[in-house]
Design a protein around this ligand. Structure first.
Ligand code: DUC
Ligand code: ZN
Ligand code: ZN
Length: 484
């Protein structure tokens, strides 16, 4: 006999970006085909017993297996990265196909598809990183690739081998506008960083803590404002990625209040790590927390929370950039006491992103569960043209779902994670929520602490044109955050 469903999740306390409701979720062929009470007949059932069920997380900013540079290699490939994501409740990842200077975008994208191979256990799309925006790239390749489903392009304002000139940024924004693509900006002032780095090294300051001194908030604030100015000039929406603190947020709010479509992303490291984690004078193990922009002070952490509460940030991503600590191709590529400017930039976090935010955001009442769903899934799907296939609990959406266990506390420790990195910067932090079950298109990929996914089951997603919701306009001035 044909049953209407392959799977029913019963008694689900569903949370979407808009509301919460209790329902049975009927799934067929990997798609949600019914929401209702007392659904009948299914091949399989899972009783959620009133636990929260959210759309699977979409990590709109993570790096896996980017081609090696200067002998440095990422620890995670497309087996371990998506596996780790799934174990932490993420069901779609959007890593970056990087264009090397002199390379065509087509070559970069084909190369990255080869690297992914048939390995991902969850669905994935690509952003592209643009480093060489010649006429052919902007006039021919970007338009063609946008039509093929690569609709978001990251650009850098720093790093010698990646950064674009102001003129190139303006040209790129204009090409994005003409093709309905989205530009994601890494906003830090390159020359200020170079000038500060030179002086710190001359003074013999090489320890990881000087990484933060070489990239103070003002370098991010200036570049953020400059990028916003270019977007206003060209009249195009833009996303500022990995925003780390108040001064950059102020620029973003200023732009949003002017009615500009400036979107912002923040990441767990700006809530859960601080300059203290970059260690003392001779603490080289603190390379584990070197990322850019760097973690800031506790006051900035509080502003980032405030920005999440006030919807200044549309999305919350991991910026998972996996370099092992003890690996001669990772953080230790320049020995065990590397100068801060030689350390591979980035930290892992694809698996811990959702449990950290659920525990310290939703369970403490700092943000609502609807906000949690928005910034970790729904808004990400809208930002990158994957909505409503992804990012919702709705009839017709893919059955990418997380059933949450909020009943037991656990301590984050690297040995329990599923990435290939030899550490987590969040070691020792207690969390009160973790996915009990993660489903990717109706198939269980994580349950009872066990990875059950199948490499190769993940599909490549062609993104439609981005359609982010308008940023919120703040009628009240920036709220002063009190020290806690
Ligand atoms: N920017 C990123 O987005 N990720 C890792 C390092 C960096 O600078
Ligand atoms: Zn960046
Ligand atoms: Zn990144």
């Amino acid at each position: 006999m044909n049953t209407p469903f392959d799977l029913i999740i019963r008694n689900a306390r569903c949370a979407t970006a808009a509301d919460t409701f209790t329902a049975d979720i009927g799934i067929q062929d990997g798609i949600i085909t019914a929401l209702g009470n007392h659904l009948k007949e299914s091949l399989e059932e899972i009783d959620a017993k009133g636990a929260w069920v959210t759309p699977g997380g979409i990590d709109g900013h993570c790096h896996f297996a980017e081609p090696s540079k200067n002998g440095i290699e990422m620890a995670d490939n497309f087996l371990s990265g998506p596996r780790s994501a799934a174990c932490g409740g993420t069901t779609t990842v959007i890593p970056f196909a990087v264009q090397q200077r002199g390379q065509t975008l087509r070559d970069a994208v084909n190369n990255y598809h080869r690297i992914v191979g048939n390995n991902s256990c969850i669905d994935y799309a690509f952003h592209m990183i643009l480093t060489d925006v010649n006429e052919k790239v902007l006039k021919e390749e970007l338009p063609t690739l946008t039509k093929e489903g690569y609709t978001s392009f990251k650009i850098y304002m720093t790093y010698e081998d990646m950064k674009l000139s102001d003129r190139d940024i303006i040209n790129t924004l204009a090409a994005a506008r003409d093709n309905g693509a989205l530009v994601m900006v890494h906003a830090e002032n390159s020359d200020c960083i170079a000038w500060l780095t030179e002086r710190l090294l001359e003074a013999g300051h090489t320890a990881p803590k000087y990484h933060a001194e070489s990239r103070p908030m003002l370098v991010e604030r200036e570049a953020t404002h400059r990028a916003i100015t270019f977007a206003e000039l060209v009249d195009v929406p833009m996303l500022i990625v990995h925003v780390s603190g108040r001064e950059a947020m102020e620029q973003i709010r200023w732009a949003q209040n002017k009615g500009l479509k400036i979107y912002a992303e923040t990441c767990p490291q700006y809530l859960f790590l601080s300059t203290d984690d970059l260690g003392g004078e001779d603490d080289y193990e603190a390379t584990k927390c070197i990322c850019s922009p760097p973690p800031r002070d506790p006051e900035n952490q509080r502003y980032i929370w405030e920005g999440l509460q006030a919807d200044t940030f549309s999305i919350f991503s991991s910026d998972h950039a996996p370099f092992s600590y003890a690996d001669p191709k990772g953080k230790s590529a320049h020995g065990d006491k590397p100068a801060f400017n030689k350390v591979a930039n980035g930290i892992p976090g694809v698996e811990t992103r959702l449990p950290l935010l659920f525990s310290y955001g939703v369970m403490t009442g700092k943000i609502s569960i609807e906000q949690f769903v928005s910034i970790t899934s729904t808004n990400v799907a809208k930002m990158y043209g994957l909505y409503p296939r992804k990012g919702s609990i709705a009839i017709g959406s893919d059955a990418d779902l997380v059933i949450w266990d909020c009943k037991k506390s656990q301590t984050i420790t690297n040995s329990k994670l599923h990435h290939a990195v030899d550490y987590t910067p969040y070691e020792g932090i207690e969390v009160d929520a973790w996915p009990a079950i993660t489903l990717s298109r109706g198939k269980v990929v994580w349950q009872n602490g066990e990875f059950l996914g199948t490499p190769g089951n993940g599909r490549f997603l062609r993104c439609e044109k981005p359609e982010p919701a308008r940023p919120k306009v703040h009628s009240t001035p920036f709220k002063r955050v009190q020290p806690s």
